[in-house]
Design a binder for this molecule. Structure first.
Ligand SMILES: Cc1cc2nc3c(=O)[nH]c(=O)nc-3n(C[C@H](O)[C@H](O)[C@H](O)COP(=O)(O)O)c2cc1C
Length: 188
């Protein structure tokens, strides 16, 4: 199967989830394209160093997502940081840029999965996943359930992963999230 992972991340947490999906899908023999959305005012902070800086630089080195990246995929994954219980403006701008694909019904029948990174367990990750799955519905995408919902949190009815960063920057994803993604990738 061909997968495209489109994400937005500023501090790198959503990026780590995207990378974990990429790794799991590659291990499962799938083809994967990883793309970051345009974020023109992103700046490298002077107090960030070491592995975290290397991770953020690797993120920034990825190609920018274009609507056409979605066309050749069998499965589309989208990830966003939670901003005020919603997707980030940057990811929303990408979603809106796919209006032409919606109008032409070009994505109908493809599979879809979503993930978010929130600062707090009750920070609106479920609302943000709902926004992503509403997009999927408009596009005619088939939302795939993920077996566990909120990680490091406790409110769990949303489709997708909500990872709780506690506002930290990190260069590695926690084992629980990685294991969940591995397990999920074996079900698609
Ligand atoms: C403008 C802004 C709004 C945010 N709103 C929320 C929020 O509503 N709920 C929450 O839990 N965290 C919120 N956060 C925290 C981020 O979701 C969290 O730090 C996330 O891990 C960032 O993802 P990233 O590392 O991929 O950039 C907000 C952060 C920013 C900058």
């Amino acid at each position: 199967m061909k997968a495209v992972i489109v994400f937005h991340s500023v501090c790198g947490n959503t990026y780590l989830i995207a990378r974990a999906f990429e790794k799991a899908l590659l291990n499962g023999g799938h083809q994967v394209v990883l793309r970051r959305v345009v974020d023109s005012d992103w700046v490298e902070k002077p107090d960030v160093a070491g592995d975290v800086l290397a991770s953020l630089r690797a993120m920034r080195a990825l190609p920018e997502a274009k609507p056409d990246d979605l066309l050749s995929a069998d499965i589309i994954l989208m990830g966003s940081p939670v901003y005020f219980g919603n997707v980030s403006a940057e990811l929303k701008a990408f979603m809106d840029s796919t209006g032409g694909l919606w109008f032409q019904g070009k994505l109908v029948g493809k599979k879809f999965a979503a993930f978010v990174s929130a600062g707090n367990p009750d920070g609106g990750g479920d609302l943000t996943l709902a926004v992503l799955h509403t997009y999927a519905k408009y596009m005619g995408l088939l939302s795939l359930p993920l077996p566990i919902t909120v990680l490091q949190g406790d409110n769990g009815n949303a489709l997708g992963i909500i990872q709780y960063s506690n506002g930290k920057l990190s260069a590695t994803l926690d084992d629980k999230t990685s294991r969940l993604i591995d397990r999920w990738s074996r079900t698609i």
